[in-house]
Design a binder for this molecule. Structure first.
Ligand SMILES: *[C@@H]1O[C@H](CO)[C@@H](O)[C@H](O)[C@H]1NC(C)=O
Ligand SMILES: *[C@@H]1O[C@H](CO)[C@@H](O)[C@H](O)[C@H]1NC(C)=O
Ligand SMILES: *[C@@H]1O[C@H](CO)[C@@H](O)[C@H](O)[C@H]1NC(C)=O
Ligand SMILES: [Zn+2]
Length: 593
């Protein structure tokens, strides 16, 4: 179930990765939070297009755009600065310009010229009439050091590595100030600003808040599916410590749809076919569970966007900060950027399943959510948070084991364990109290059944699997038939479920574990060790080497404080200290425990 091998042939892989660059340009709004910062801009459109003067035949796009703007605005050439253009080859290219005065560019007096072939089809601009304006001198009288101090103190944050800037800034009253531009960040609070400090009087003029927060109607992450309490309107569910720019921004561009730094959620194979906000900063779309799922596409895309982002934020908090899935790693993540998760919603390429493909770090992860037809009406895996969490965890385990190559969970045993970790993450996010109940998965899409052969349980009468059960099974995961036969992954998941239950019993439960990894409670410690162990274990881990990685992770992080607790839990399912690669159960615990 939720296979990973079978999708190596997926059409989406080619389609989506190639179109990512284009998709990332769709639905942009004109910047992050520019409150008090935008002044009037205008847009002229020209239908079929307007020819530039014939004297410009054969001119470069920069020459054409600059000349067009000069004529249209009646400004001298030295006031028009060329910023750059979109990539060559597209049907329409856009050139971007800024106003400048005495060699200093403006931050908020800008223009854009869209060209289709050699014709201008649109012209946007917010240039100001400098002949009439009150313009500050172009040489600062307040030092950049003073500006840094002001920005840091006023915004309660520290300057980042980004170089300082000096630009003109048009104030609301039309006067033009000269501004030192300082980027500051407070990692603890998750704030991240670009501050504009007046270079003549030292005052903070404005600050661009890089974080884009929003409101989403979704199934809250602790609910496995809509049948556990339904949808809710969640305000700002982003975790700023994990997604400092919010979910709809990479720190440079901000979107108005279900695409962002961590995930693009779109219909089927078209990466650009996302859901656009119902109103600015709000995704409020109802789902009709009494109808076929196709009629609730927007709710589905929004829920996938929310759930993937939330799992990103949780796993990020617990250490998935290297080789992770992000468009930009400006938050300090290690590894190659440019690889958010591309999440296909209501994929037409299958039924009754879900998939995740993990290419190496730097290439987008591919999540594919299918519809299910086991009920009438059918159901949508995109509304089943447990399935989405399961799929994302495939990406986490494949990237964290072996350092981002995506090649280290390929053996039968390691692949099976991959399924296990994924089920365990679904279980972990669904917990709301110290009471650890038996856990079933995929109940919504199967119309009330369990996608696995048995519930996960501490009770051997409910789930009898032990380490030696591995010898009975040779499958990573079941066929597409339902119910699926038992799998290696179920054994590993049930062992970890028992570790989880014993840890929570011994150390308690933190209700804030999803955003606070610093607690000492059992669910926090469990998650911490599970993720730590992933990068300690070897390529193609086994049950034994993976368990050893847990023991070492505990030594590394907690000086071995939980060693006996861990061994007792592993031993309860046959993985005591003397268990070895031959799959013979050992129910003993170390002599000192
Ligand atoms: C601040 O300004 C001084 C003098 O112009 C310059 O030498 C220095 O490099 C600037 N500092 C930064 C951090 O840009
Ligand atoms: C960002 O926008 C919010 C609400 O629109 C506002 O309260 C906040 O002050 C803004 N932040 C900055 C730095 O302008
Ligand atoms: C486990 O192994 C240790 C040595 O590594 C041995 O002393 C001990 O007797 C073994 N326990 C069992 C129950 O076989
Ligand atoms: Zn799976």
């Amino acid at each position: 179930m939720f296979g990973f091998q079978s999708l190596l042939n997926s059409v989406l892989v080619a389609v989506s990765v190639a179109s990512l660059a284009d998709a990332s340009r769709l639905g942009r709004r004109d910047g992050p939070n520019h409150t008090g910062f935008i002044h009037t801009s205008t847009l002229k459109t020209y239908g079929q297009g307007q020819n530039p003067p014939s004297s410009l035949t054969g001119a470069t796009i920069s020459e054409t755009c600059k000349s067009f703007a000069q004529n249209a605005l009646n400004v001298p050439a030295e006031q028009v600065w060329w910023q750059g253009a979109t990539k060559e080859g597209a049907a329409v290219r856009t050139g971007f310009l800024r106003q400048q005065w005495q060699g200093v560019t403006f931050s908020n007096a800008v223009a854009n010229v869209a060209m289709k072939g050699d014709k201008v089809v649109a012209f946007g601009n917010s240039f100001v009439d400098l002949a009439a304006a009150d313009i500050a001198p172009s040489v600062p009288t307040v030092s950049n050091q003073t500006a840094i101090a002001t920005a840091e103190k006023t915004l309660g944050a520290t300057r980042t590595e980004a170089p300082l800037g000096l630009e003109y800034y048009v104030k609301e009253d039309g006067a033009v100030a000269l501004a030192h531009i300082v980027q500051v960040r407070n990692r603890e609070e998750g704030s991240f600003f670009e501050a504009f400090v007046d270079a003549h009087n030292g005052e903070l003029l404005t600050a661009v808040d890089f974080r884009a927060a929003a409101t989403f109607r979704v199934i809250p992450i602790e609910r496995q599916d809509p049948e556990q309490g339904g949808f809710e309107l969640l305000v700002d569910p982003e975790d700023p410590a994990a997604s400092p720019f919010g979910w709809q921004s990479d720190g440079v561009e901000t979107t108005t749809d279900t695409s962002g730094n961590n995930v693009f959620a779109f219909l089927d194979t078209t990466v650009g076919d996302t859901t656009v906000e119902s109103s600015p900063g709000v995704f409020d779309f109802a789902a009709d569970l009494a109808a076929e799922p196709g009629s609730s596409l927007d709710a589905a895309r929004v829920n996938v966007f929310y759930t993937v982002n939330t799992i990103h934020d949780i796993t990020y908090r617990y250490g998935f900060t290297s080789f992770n899935f992000q468009l930009s790693n400006e938050d300090g993540s290690q590894g190659v950027a440019g690889d958010p998760v591309l999440a296909s919603v209501q994929s037409s390429q299958g039924l009754n399943n879900a998939q995740f493909l993990t290419p190496p770090d730097g290439t987008a992860g591919q999540m594919t959510m299918f519809l299910w037809d086991l009920t009438n009406p059918g159901r949508d895996g995109s509304l089943s948070n447990d399935i989405i969490a399961h799929e994302y965890m495939h990406g986490v385990t494949n990237r964290m084991t072996g350092g981002g190559t995506g090649r280290c969970l390929q053996s039968l045993e390691a692949g099976g364990m991959g399924e296990g970790w994924s089920d365990v993450l679904s279980m972990w996010v669904a917990q709301t109290s110290a009471t650890v109940a038996d856990f079933t998965l995929g109940t919504f899409v199967t119309g009330g059944q369990n996608i696995r052969s048995r519930p996960y349980s501490t009770d051997p009468n409910v789930n009898e699997f032990t380490f030696s059960s591995v010898l009975q099974f040779s499958q990573v995961h079941g066929t597409h038939s339902f119910p699926s036969p038992p799998e290696i992954g179920e054994i590993w998941a049930n062992i970890l479920f028992n570790v989880y239950a014993q840890m929570v019993e011994a150390k308690g439960f933190s209700a804030t574990a999803k955003t606070d990894p610093t607690g000492t409670e059992g669910n926090v410690v469990f998650m911490q060790l599970m993720l730590d162990a992933l990068s300690l274990q070897p390529c193609q881990p086994t049950f034994i080497t993976a368990r050893d990685a847990w023991i070492q992770a505990d030594e590394n992080r907690f000086d071995g404080a939980n060693r006996c607790l861990l061994f007792t839990a592993f031993a309860s399912r046959g993985m005591g200290p003397n268990a070895s690669e031959n799959f013979v159960d050992d129910f003993t615990v170390p002599a000192d425990c």
